[in-house]
Each structure stands twice: as C-alpha cells, then as structure tokens.
Design a protein. Structure first.
Ligand SMILES: *Cc1c(COP(=O)(O)O)cnc(C)c1O
Length: 434
C-alpha cells in the first residue's frame, strides 16, 4: 500500500518509508492511499472474536500487502499482551479500559506496535539503525520508551517539558537506561514538539542520522489504535447491545480519535464520535465554528491533552475533504476546565463507584452531555487513575493504591539530560550520540 502526504507535494511513500520518516518531506502527514472496508461476515461474527483475532484482521487490511501474514500476526499478538476490557458504568454507558498495558495508558498499543514494526524493517529489510525522537506531555514518552526498550537497532530520545509531567510519568521514561535517553527541556510541551519538528527539517541531521518520529503522526503508531474500537464494539455485540453506538474520546493531538474515524470508514457500525477537550479547546472551537485557530497550550490536570495545535488535525481534514459540515456531522465535542474535571471524578465515584482519571473524566462527561437517550455510549479511559494519584485522591477524599508494576518505576534512579529550549544544543547532542 502506498502512503500520500496530506500536503500532496511529497512523492508517495512505501509503508517502510512512511514509518521510518514519520513526517513526509513536505511536512505533511502520511495517509494510506485506501481504507479497505471489512466484509459483512466479519461484523456478523465479531462478538465471537478475541481482541487478537480482531486486531489481526484489521492489521491485515492496512499492512497485509507489505508484511507477510505470519510476521504481521506475530507483531499484533506480541503488541496486545494485555486486556482491553469493556465495563458497564451505568445504564447505556460503558467504559473501554485502555490502561492495562505496561505503562498504564492507551499509548502502549500504538507504541508497542510501532516498535515491533520498525524492528521488523531493521532486521528483515536491511533498514539501517534508527534514532527515534519523541516529544511527550507525559504518557507518550513512557509508552514509547517502554515499547522500544531493548529493541535492537533503535535508540530513543524522549523530549519532555521539565517540571510539567507527573512524578510517576517521569519515572516511567527516565529510569530505563539502555537504548532510552531522556531529555529534560526547559520549556513547554509545544516547545518540545517544535524541537522535534526542527530536527526532522534539519538537513545535516538527516544526512548524518536516520531520524524517525514516534509521535502519533507516525502511521505505525496511530493506525493500530483502530484495533480497539472494533474490540469495544465486539464486546457490546457479545451482549447483543451493539446498536446506536456513540464513542467518546479524550482528545489532545487527535491521533486516537482519527483512528476511530478510520475504523468507521472500514465499516465499524457506530453512529458518531464525541471529542472531549480540556481547556485546550482548539478542536472543540473548530467543531462549533468551522474556524481552526491553534494557540499556545495551557497546563491542566488532564495534562496529556494539553495541546494547542493538534498534530492529527490535518488527517481529519484530509479524511473529510476539509468539509466542516461532514466533520461536525460525525463528531461533536465539549470542553472542561479543571474544576469541572474534578467534580466529574468525585460525582461519578460517589454515584457509580467507578474511579475515573482526569482524561477519562472529560470523555465520560462529554459522552453524558452529547449522547441521545436512545444511544449506547462508550467512553475511552486512556490512563489508569493511579497515574494521577494526588489529583484523584483529592477529588474523592481517599487514598488509592498504586499498582505494583507502576510503583516499581518509582524505585529506580532518575537519569536525564537537562537542555535549554535551543535547537542547536539539541542538534549537537544528537550528533554526539552517533
Ligand atoms: C495522549 C493521551 C490522550 C490524547 O490522545 P491523542 O491521541 O493525542 O488525542 C488522552 N489521554 C491520555 C491519558 C493520553 O496519554
């Protein structure tokens, strides 16, 4: 399958080129040239299928032309070594828990898949060693670092805003060592993202190093996120209640939501989506007004969604030929400030016993406000509440337990390199590592 750039200036790329490059040379995002619909038979029996079986079928539709079936099946099975259960929270409201992977956040799915696919290209297709650059507002760094840990031929640099990620998040990518280097930047998440973009645009770096991105712009990271939309639907289908489904997604860079839109194009019978924003409401404003006005991000308690210029926005535009009316037809949204998020966590816990993290809380609240009475709603819980221990404990007035696998990270010594928000310093450091 070929991949084209959303800017339509760069030549089409193969899957390997798209994955290794990350961003297209014309600064656009790669899109698959076609989105294959899955057969009716697949949906008729979806309730009987396991997560791995479903994901293998979906992966085949995207990557089947480029990777032999048994290799691809193995990559998928190895990626999904954890459950993604759907639970009922209240009448017609279900949660898809995406936080049972190694770093307790949904980004494990995309990061684990991408690491395995890239490693396949390095080992089997003669691709030379690569350096992965990733900017993180918290959860991407940990998912990518853990997904790539120990993978041969790949070195990972995690850029994160100093003092702006939680201790638990920081511990998950600064304590690993081996092929993982944590770069602590004196700036915001947007600064980190801008540094990564600048590195990809730098001629000298690209001549000397094989740089790639593991942000959700990478097709190998964002496309596999469509797997679990089918799996969520399948779990409802198994209970004979998969009709009139709406899915609510806590959104930042919009990679997760875009993967859901791809699933719908592949035939997933869901009515529509809800995009939940925190105070960084650029996408919500777009849905309401048709105007896209990126602005600097502001810090919130749902910090993995603190994004002022969502990188996957161009993919959504491309998918809908930039028609605002069709986008607004498939997606509605809402935006919440920190007080509203805290109140949602507290009230939901009191009324249903279900404990939300700040990101899932946005999605839950937006679902409740946007869902019609005759619709079944699924919201995505993207992180384990223990990753935001203090915030959550303050909301509910109780201490919560940190899972053992998570507290283990906190016991290891932190290793990071502090850098000013200065591209030349980053560049020199990357060159020194080669
Ligand atoms: C990254 C992240 C999000 C936002 O996902 P996007 O694909 O960037 O929209 C939401 N919740 C959590 C916990 C995250 O880590």
């Amino acid at each position: 399958m070929k991949y084209y750039s959303t800017n339509h200036k760069a030549p089409e790329a193969t899957l390997r080129e798209a994955v290794v490059k990350g961003l297209a040379p014309d600064k656009g995002l790669y899109m698959p040239e076609k989105i294959n619909r899955l057969p009716k038979d697949f949906f008729d029996h979806i309730g009987e299928k396991s997560l791995t079986e479903i994901a293998q079928t979906v992966a085949q539709a995207f990557f089947g032309e480029d990777i032999p079936k048994e290799k691809l099946d193995a990559i998928v099975a190895d990626t999904l070594n954890f459950e993604i259960p759907l639970h009922k929270v209240e009448e017609d409201v279900y949660v898809l828990e995406l936080f049972h992977g190694p770093t307790f956040a949904f980004k494990d799915v995309g990061a684990r898949f991408m690491a395995r696919m890239l490693s396949y290209f390095v080992k089997e297709q003669g691709q030379s060693d690569v350096k992965v650059l990733v900017a993180t507002s918290g959860d991407t760094g940990s998912a990518v670092a853990n997904g790539f840990l120990g993978v041969e031929g790949i070195q990972v640099f995690v850029l994160y805003p100093s003092g702006k990620v939680s201790d638990i998040q920081e511990a998950q990518f600064t304590t690993l060592g081996r092929n993982i280097v944590a770069l602590e930047i004196d700036g915001t998440f947007d600064d980190c993202q801008a540094l990564v973009k600048a590195a990809f645009m730098d001629d000298e770096l690209n001549r000397k190093l094989n740089l790639t991105s593991a942000n959700s712009i990478n097709v190998a990271r964002f496309l596999p996120q469509s797997f679990y939309y089918f799996h969520a639907f399948a779990q409802l289908a198994a209970q004979n209640s998969a009709d009139n489904v709406v899915i609510s997604v806590p959104s930042g860079n919009l990679g997760n939501l875009t993967a859901g839109l791809f699933a719908k194009r592949m035939g997933l019978p869901v009515n529509r989506f809800v995009a939940a924003n925190n105070r960084n409401d650029v996408f919500f404003r777009y849905l309401e007004t048709g105007l896209y006005q990126p602005k600097p991000s502001v810090q919130t308690i749902a910090n993995a969604m603190d994004v002022g210029a969502p990188s996957n926005f161009d993919r959504i535009l491309d998918l809908y030929h930039a028609e605002h009316a069709s986008i607004a037809n498939d997606i509605s949204g809402n935006t919440y400030n920190d007080d509203e998020i805290r109140k949602t966590i507290r009230e939901t816990y009191e009324q249903t016993g279900y404990l939300l993290d700040p990101h899932g809380a946005c999605a839950y609240k937006a679902l409740k406000e946007r869902k019609n009475d005759d619709e079944k709603g699924i919201f995505l819980a993207t992180a384990h509440p223990a990753k935001f221990k203090e915030v959550v404990e303050n909301c509910i007035g109780k201490t919560i337990e940190i899972p053992e696998r998570l507290s283990e990270f906190m016991r290891q010594p932190k290793q990071s390199i502090f850098l000013p928000n200065d591209f030349d310093r980053l560049k020199n450091m990357l060159l020194e590592f080669s």
